[in-house]
Write a protein that binds this ligand. Sequence first.
Ligand code: HEC
Length: 122
Amino acid sequence: MAALKFNAPVYAANSRKPTAAAKACAACHDFNKGGPNKTGPNLFGVVGRNHGSVAGFAYSEAMAGKSAEPWTYEALDAFLANPKAAVPGTKMVLATKKAETRADILAYLAKLADAPVPFPAP
Ligand code: HEC
């Protein structure tokens, strides 16, 4: 598979169906500010916050162990592409193999913030 090298501006420009793509995540994640944790933690504001940092969610030891690391777009892209490779021991199993779909999802996650984190410059 020709994995697209992560390129945030290209991702932003290519994203077409963010809401549809994120439906796959909604089974386990709530996206609303102040929303609940479900099988997975609430994802409002995930871009820029630290790994494993939502209060009241029982993270895996693997995810909790990364709590000093922020979720950059690059880190999110790698995690979504292959959760078990990016965070060995994570409880999240869904891999989003298509780069185009990840682009849509990142565009969706980018909007879930009071002050959205801009995509990095090329
Ligand atoms: C079957 C349930 C399930 C689905 C579907 C799912 N996730 Fe998760 N997700 C989890 C669980 C459980 C965790 C906690 C992982 C851990 O503690 O190791 C998690 C963690 C995460 C994290 C880390 C959050 C944090 O606070 O550190 C992100 C980001 C994430 N998921 C994004 C997504 C996205 C985007 C999708 C859709 C493509 C998705 N997830 C689909 C269950 C799921």
